[in-house]
Design a protein around this ligand. Structure first.
Ligand code: F6P
Length: 549
């Protein structure tokens, strides 16, 4: 593929940008009453309104041309068909096969992988139904009431955002906890609230070598043995989710308590695999399968919808428009739903670990911006945290706003107030407030003329701040599955446009290597001179402070 910036559609977008960059969205709405119909699309009950973007027909056409010119649809089909598109690890990328509810064959090295995917799903169903039904109990006969998932990154964030979001569907009496941080506080604070006899630990690690997970798992094992005095019982209270069965066996996990997945599933794309075991334990296997069905529905939409109506492609190309033409350095996600409070953290790994890359598929340094910084907070809280910057700051921050029409917890008029804020904020960001409008308000408030003149500049809102609105009926397992798959495919499409491999993560290795070396230095409890002056002095000050082990 020629360099991205040499493509005809890229050059056309560059030229078009100079024409449209000062056009105001409020004028575009005034000129075109049918703007919403033109710039919205739907998949099942999920509506994407992308009309509050700095685009016109020509912009949208050129963005779709770019998607076609980089062969997004060809790359999409290559991914779904199991081609080795993860070129630096020589692997296919097949998280979509995990939720392939059609069961049509998917081949990896000539083998249809659907039978083994279904075998693991059956194993998860059998195990979780026995635990939830009280047939599989702790070593002393206690019901299992607490699940502790020990994992980090994709072995934590995916299951966590789903369990957090699906609380209304959880079985009473079944609690789920997530431990990920190597900071001993994380495990310690969870263990305070469980008893070993009724606790099941899931050691989730694709590699079964990640330091945080392995140390937390060993500490949890030690706690279990010390508090029960029963080492034999470990095998009944620890299960493993991994591709590395031999390492799990060495830890003491029984074969029947190992839930496998495969190296063609990336960590940040793995919640649909056995990494979703805590989800099935917490919500039940039927709900987990509804989640898979929702993701599969989005997969089908992504594979079949024309580019102009293709939700993941549209979100991706709008992101490219702001990232690469408006020089926006970040993208915010505001879910107006408290259950989705962990969504930004999940999307950070999904997006930033996938597209935080500088080297393209040809091994060359790119000469354009790639992955944005992803951040966000639930609405309406975000309004009281950083909306000042969104409305009147100097930095462009394109944003997604998500909201269910129906609440799981109706309470007076609170959900309708939440909705009103959702509508108001995206409108205010788009529309702004002119000087005349602000002056009229200040005068109507009876302020003296000189005060009006002093205050007026601070009351003007530039507006023209782009947002995508994503609305759905209510937060169901299917809906959540579709939304998470939507963002997976958005990230994929952007990686195709930027000509980068979205599926490796070599950037996380260097810090780990250094940490391992410095850990040994710390263990000596001796002052060091081995590193740079800053690191040496920080380590030596830590020595002075008699740091904790
Ligand atoms: O952050 C680096 C990473 O490799 C992620 O990609 C992965 O999700 C996480 O660490 C945990 O890896 P594992 O599941 O192998 O413990």
């Amino acid at each position: 593929m020629p360099n991205l910036t040499e493509l005809a559609s890229w050059k056309a977008l560059q030229a078009h940008f100079d024409q449209i960059k000062d056009v105001r969205m409020r004028d575009l709405f005034a000129q075109d009453q049918g703007r919403f119909n033109k710039f919205s699309t739907q998949m099942d009950d999920i509506l994407l309104d992308f009309s509050k973007n700095r685009i016109n027909d020509e912009t949208f056409g050129l963005l779709c041309d770019l998607a076609r010119e980089v062969d997004v649809e060809v790359w999409r089909d290559r991914m779904f068909s199991g081609e080795q598109i993860n070129i630096s690890e020589f692997r296919p990328v097949l998280h979509t096969a995990l939720r392939n509810r059609s069961n049509t064959p998917v081949y990896v090295d000539g083998e249809d992988v659907m039978p083994k995917i279904n075998r693991v799903l059956a194993q998860i169903r059998y195990f979780t139904e026995r635990v939830r039904g009280g047939h599989l109990r702790g070593y002393s006969g206690h019901l299992i009431t607490d699940i502790i998932n020990i994992g980090i990154g994709g072995s934590d964030l995916g299951p966590q955002v789903v369990c957090d979001s699906m609380k209304p569907f959880a079985q009473r009496g079944m609690n789920v906890h997530f431990v990920s941080n190597i900071d001993p506080t994380h495990l310690t604070e969870v263990l305070k609230f469980v008893v070993p006899e009724s606790t099941l630990f899931i050691v989730s690690s694709k590699t079964f070598t990640t330091q945080e997970t392995m140390m937390n798992a060993q500490s949890a094992r030690k706690w279990f043995v010390e508090t029960t005095g029963n080492e034999k019982a470990v095998s009944r209270h620890f299960v493993a989710v991994t591709t590395n069965k031999s390492a799990a066996s060495e830890f003491g996990i029984l074969d029947e308590n190992m839930f496998e997945f495969w190296d063609w599933v990336g960590g940040r794309y793995s919640l649909w695999s056995a990494i979703g075991l805590p989800i099935a334990l917490y919500l039940g296997m039927d709900r987990f399968e509804e989640l898979l069905e929702g993701a599969h529905a989005m997969d089908m939409h992504f594979r079949s919808a024309p580019i102009e109506k293709n939700m993941p492609v549209i979100l991706a190309m709008l992101g490219i428009w702001y990232n690469n033409f408006f020089d926006a350095q970040s993208h915010a996600v505001m879910a107006y739903n408290q259950y989705l409070r962990r969504l930004p953290a999940y999307l950070q790994q999904l997006d930033m670990e996938s597209n935080g890359k500088t080297i393209n598929r040809q091994g060359k340094r790119v000469d354009y911006l790639t992955g944005p910084v992803i951040w966000g907070e639930t609405g309406s809280n975000a309004q009281h945290a950083f909306f000042q910057l969104l409305h009147q700051g100097t930095k462009p921050v394109p944003a997604d706003f998500l909201v269910p029409a129906r609440s799981k917890n109706p309470l007076g008029e609170q959900h309708s107030v939440l909705l009103a804020n959702f509508f108001a904020q995206t409108r205010a960001l788009m529309n702004g407030k002119t000087e005349d409008e602000a002056r009229a308000e200040l005068e109507a408030a009876g302020l003296p003329e000189d005060v009006v003149d002093d205050v007026l500049p601070h009351k003007v809102f530039e507006g023209n701040k782009p947002t995508n609105s994503i609305m759905f009926e209510s937060l169901e397992p299917r809906t959540l599955g579709a939304l998470l798959a939507l963002y997976e495919h958005k990230v994929f499409v952007q990686g195709v446009v930027w000509d980068i491999n979205s599926f490796d993560q070599w950037g996380v290795e260097y810090g780990k290597q250094l940490a391992s070396d410095i850990q040994q230095e710390l263990a000596s409890r001796e002052n060091t001179t081995r590193y740079d002056d800053s690191t040496n002095n920080l380590i030596n000050y830590c020595m002075l402070l008699k740091f904790s082990d």
